[in-house]
Design a binder for this molecule. Structure first.
Ligand SMILES: [Zn+2]
Ligand SMILES: [Zn+2]
Length: 284
C-alpha cells in the first residue's frame, strides 16, 4: 500500500535552489518518488511512498517551512511515479501571466460547495473547471463549464474568447487540489469579474469531506492511477470509449510511442486495436 501526498504553499522562498537540494535529500533518504516544484513564490508537490516515510516527510517539511495543508490518498499500485523530480522553476504552477496573488478570490469550503447545488441561488452561479480538457473529460462537477485547453497557460486566452459566459454571474472555480485556482481566481478578478470564489482544497478535499456528491465521473491524477473515484454518493460515468462509444471511465495511452495520446478506451477495444488509438489505427 502506497500513501500519496499532495500539497502546495505560496510563501517567499529566499533560496529556491537551497530548498530544492534539501527536499531532494529528504525524499531520497525516505525513498519517496514524485514531483516537487520550487520557485521564489513557494512549493508545489506530490510524492508517494510508504506510510511511515510520508509521515516523516510531512513533519520534516513542516519543521523547515511551516504548516502545510496535506491531501492524502492511498493506492495499491506500488510504482505510482517512475522517479523523483525536484525542480526549480519560475512558477510553482505555470500560468504564464503575472497575477497579484494578494488579490486572490475568497474560498468556499467543501460543504458550502455541496450546499450551493441545492440552493435557490445556484442559477446565479457559473462553476468553472480550472483544469485541462483531458482532465474534465473523465470527470467534472455537474453543470461546470470546462475550458477546451491542454495546458493551464492557455486559460487566459480561453477566458478572453469566452468572457460572455461570466456576464452577470457569480463564479466558483475549482481544480484538483486548489493550487491552480489561486492564480486563476486572481486573474478573473483582475479581468473585472466581481464575485469570484475558489473551492478550498479542490476536488480532492471535496471528496474527503462530502463524499463527492454532484461530481460526475472520476478525478484525473498525475500519477500511475490516472484517475480515482471521487463521488461515493451519486456516482456516474460521463466518458465514452473513443472507438465504440461505450460508457467507461478508462484512459489508455496509445501504444505508438510517438503518438502516446491518452484516450478513453474500453478493454474490448484496447484488445481489438492492439493498444493503438483511433488515429493510429486509421493510419496503419
Ligand atoms: Zn470500446
Ligand atoms: Zn495513437
Amino acid at each position: 500500500m502506497q500513501t500519496v501526498l499532495l500539497y502546495y504553499k505560496f510563501f517567499h522562498v529566499r533560496d529556491p535552489h537551497d530548498l530544492r537540494d534539501w527536499q531532494y535529500d529528504l525524499c531520497r533518504k525516505l525513498k519517496l518518488k514524485g514531483r516537487i516544484i520550487i520557485a521564489e513564490e513557494g512549493i508545489n508537490g506530490t510524492v508517494a511512498g510508504d506510510r511511515s516515510s510520508c509521515e516523516e516527510y510531512m513533519s520534516k517539511t513542516e519543521e523547515k517551512i511551516g504548516k502545510l495543508e496535506w491531501k492524502t490518498s492511498h493506492s495499491e499500485i506500488e510504482e505510482l511515479f517512475p522517479k523523483l523530480k525536484v525542480k526549480v522553476r519560475p512558477e510553482i504552477v505555470t500560468f504564464g501571466v503575472k497575477v497579484d496573488l494578494s488579490k486572490k478570490a475568497p474560498y468556499i469550503d467543501s460543504y458550502e460547495m455541496r450546499n450551493l447545488y441545492n440552493s435557490e441561488e445556484f442559477d446565479d452561479y457559473v462553476i468553472v473547471d480550472g483544469r485541462n480538457e483531458y482532465e474534465s473529460r473523465i470527470g467534472r462537477f455537474k453543470y461546470a463549464v470546462t475550458p477546451d485547453i491542454n495546458n493551464f497557460r492557455e486559460f487566459p486566452k480561453w477566458f478572453k474568447k469566452n468572457r460572455g459566459i461570466f456576464k452577470g454571474k457569480k463564479v466558483v472555480t475549482y481544480c484538483t487540489g486548489g493550487i491552480r485556482c489561486e492564480k486563476l481566481s486572481a486573474f478573473l478578478i483582475e479581468q473585472g469579474i466581481r464575485d469570484v470564489f475558489q473551492l478550498h482544497g479542490g476536488i480532492h478535499r471535496y471528496s474527503e469531506r462530502t463524499g463527492g456528491e454532484n461530481f460526475e465521473g472520476e478525478m484525473y491524477v498525475f500519477d500511475a492511477r490516472v484517475h480515482v473515484p471521487v463521488n461515493f454518493v451519486n456516482p456516474n460515468i460521463i466518458s465514452r470509449c473513443h472507438f465504440c462509444g461505450k460508457s467507461v471511465a478508462r484512459f489508455k495511452n496509445c501504444k505508438n510511442q510517438r503518438c502516446n495520446s491518452q484516450e478513453i478506451t474500453c478493454e474490448e477495444c484496447e484488445k481489438l486495436y492492439s493498444g493503438f488509438c483511433k488515429k493510429c489505427t486509421k493510419n496503419l
